[in-house]
Design a binder for this molecule. Structure first.
Ligand SMILES: *Cc1c(COP(=O)(O)O)cnc(C)c1O
Length: 413
């Protein structure tokens, strides 16, 4: 019987996506399983930053808004994101951050259902989404209320004619559990509600079909699986039925129908630019634009197959190698119900992750006890997965996670 390592090498040799890894700078002696928090740097992004700074900014100066088409970036980058989420180019705009964009789309959605009182989400949703929902509801002033369920199975009973908006994160940031986006969208819309999806852990991680599922609104992140760089701008999707009547509370001059007419009265764009606010961060957007070229010609059937295979291999390898230790799977055991990440619980999760990072395996820890590992099929190898499980086994066998040095908490976990 072949060793796990030998099997992994065979899988890597036969991997149709293997060559994509060369598009990224990946530090030596590091197994990077945290692309779900911050994607690694595509060389194309670094090169674009250089050109943008040295040529477009340094030489082109203000003229680059026209000559380098900086002004067209939000739409151009949106169009590049569109095929990754199953949308048309005109349905997506790149702008601001995920939290701000969620506020914009929620405010718009809430205003469309003023007579309905319930806004539905999950208590375990990424906290920013709940904070933003509370703020959007307070600002809207329609006596709407945020109701959060503890388990996805409780959603259905609360989808009725008093539901204004269903706002969910498609893939759970801790467990990696994935909602049935099409089914929940159809269910909520059948009850007359609007649907807002947060795709922070989905875009670039799993195949998505927003148009096919008739999704109303979605937001997503540029610095996770899209590898746009730290603090990369985010995106908004809206179904075309809304494009000519977009009204959002942070509309500023970039959202104006005639920005350079400098009219004192606001008139919204009649396309996705109506979701813009002020001047975009050009350097950051150029980096994301270039980072998105690594997806050119991608086959989502291959992507999903590899994502599932990496996750299954990791679960099998950890279960076998770490038997007897206090690890429990915190992700759905069925691959069809997971995004592209796997989580395990451990009572000393912080120390375990610090020890792992010190031994070259980078994942992250989410309080109180979750060890989180992301599997980005563009650059993760099967061998990385097997080696990560082996190193986790060594850390636990030798109780290295109990060393005092691994208990000191940094600000970012
Ligand atoms: C990462 C993440 C965010 C990030 O929001 P920012 O505005 O970029 O800080 C939002 N929602 C979810 C579900 C996330 O996972």
């Amino acid at each position: 019987m072949l060793s796990r390592q030998a099997q992994a090498r065979q899988l890597d040799a036969a991997d149709p996506l293997a060559a994509r890894r060369q598009a990224f700078h990946l530090p030596a002696d590091t197994i990077y399983l945290d692309g779900n928090s911050l994607g690694p740097m595509p060389f194309a992004a670094r090169d674009a930053l250089r050109v943008t700074a040295e040529t477009e900014w340094a030489e082109g100066l203000i003229g680059s808004w026209n000559h380098a088409d900086w002004i067209g970036l939000p739409q151009r980058v949106g169009a590049r994101i569109a095929p990754l989420i199953g949308a048309e180019a005109d349905d997506v705009i790149c702008t601001d951050g995920t939290s701000l964009n969620l506020f914009k789309v929620l405010a718009m959605a809430l205003a469309q259902r003023p007579a309905r009182h319930r806004v539905l989400s999950e208590r375990g949703n990424f906290p920013t989404d709940l904070y933003v929902a509370e703020q959007a509801i307070a600002q809207a002033g329609h006596r709407q209320q945020l109701v959060c369920v503890d388990a996805p199975s409780e959603l259905d009973a609360l989808i009725d004619d008093d539901l204004a908006v269903l706002v969910l994160t498609h893939v759970d940031y801790r467990s990696g559990a994935m909602h049935d986006l099409a089914a929940l969208t159809a269910r909520a819309q059948a009850a007359g509600a609007l649907v807002v999806w947060d795709l922070a852990h989905s875009a670039g991680a799993v195949p998505l079909g927003l148009r096919a599922a008739n999704v109303d609104f979605a937001v997503g992140c540029g610095y996770k699986y899209l590898n746009g760089g730290p603090g990369a701008p985010a995106f908004v999707y809206a179904h075309p039925r809304f494009h000519d009547r977009i009204a959002q509370p942070l509309a500023a001059w970039f959202a104006h129908a005639e920005q350079f007419a400098f009219e004192p009265r606001f008139r919204a764009q009649t396309d996705m630019r109506a979701f813009l606010s002020g001047t975009p961060s050009v350097l950051a957007m150029r980096a994301l634009e270039a980072a998105l070229t690594v997806w050119d010609g991608i086959d989502w059937v291959e992507m999903r197959a590899k994502s599932v295979a990496l996750g299954e291999l990791f679960i099998d390898a950890v279960t076998e190698r770490c038997a007897g230790h206090a690890l429990t799977l915190a992700s759905p055991p069925a691959a069809a119900q997971r995004g592209s990440q796997v989580a395990f619980r451990h009572p000393q999760a912080y120390g375990v992750m610090q020890a792992l990072i010190d031994h070259g395996v980078i994942g992250d820890m989410r309080a109180p006890d979750i060890l989180r590992f992301g599997f980005a099929p563009l650059y993760t190898r099967y061998l990385d997965v097997v080696n990560a499980a082996e190193i986790l086994g060594q850390v636990l066998d030798e109780a290295r996670h109990e060393a005092p040095a691994y208990q000191r908490r940094a600000q970012v976990t």
